[in-house]
Design a binder for this molecule. Structure first.
Ligand SMILES: [Fe+2]
Length: 114
């Protein structure tokens, strides 16, 4: 098809008259550099998405190649907005959140597979 879930999410957000910051997250969470008004929010959601995908927390499809959240450009965007993140460092954040992956995988499995 000629559109992505980002495109369709943005159209639905417009139809439902959701606040623009939500629309921007829906539209650009896989292309954060296109976000002009809320790049930090979009980058945060994108990092969350990358962490989920890297820890195989998605459902419905398998990725050919798992993303490496530490290589994400999003960290640069967040670094400007969050001094705490600078102190912690992306590696610490990724390690800590990934430490919960097994428990989350179990939860997702129970929700989606009964
Ligand atoms: Fe997405």
């Amino acid at each position: 098809m000629g559109f992505t879930h980002c495109d369709s999410g943005s159209v639905v957000a417009e139809m439902w008259r959701l606040p623009y910051h939500l629309n921007e997250v829906l539209r650009y969470h896989h292309d954060v550099q296109q976000s002009k008004l809320y790049p930090d929010l979009v980058a945060l959601v994108s990092i969350a998405d990358l962490l989920c995908r890297a820890n195989v927390l998605g459902y419905g499809y398998r990725e050919k190649r798992l993303p490496d959240p530490l290589q994400a450009i999003e960290w640069e965007i967040l670094r400007e907005k969050s001094p705490k993140l600078v102190r912690l460092g992306p590696a610490h954040v990724v390690q800590e959140l990934s430490g919960h992956a097994k428990r989350i995988q179990k939860y997702i499995k129970s929700v989606f597979q009964g």
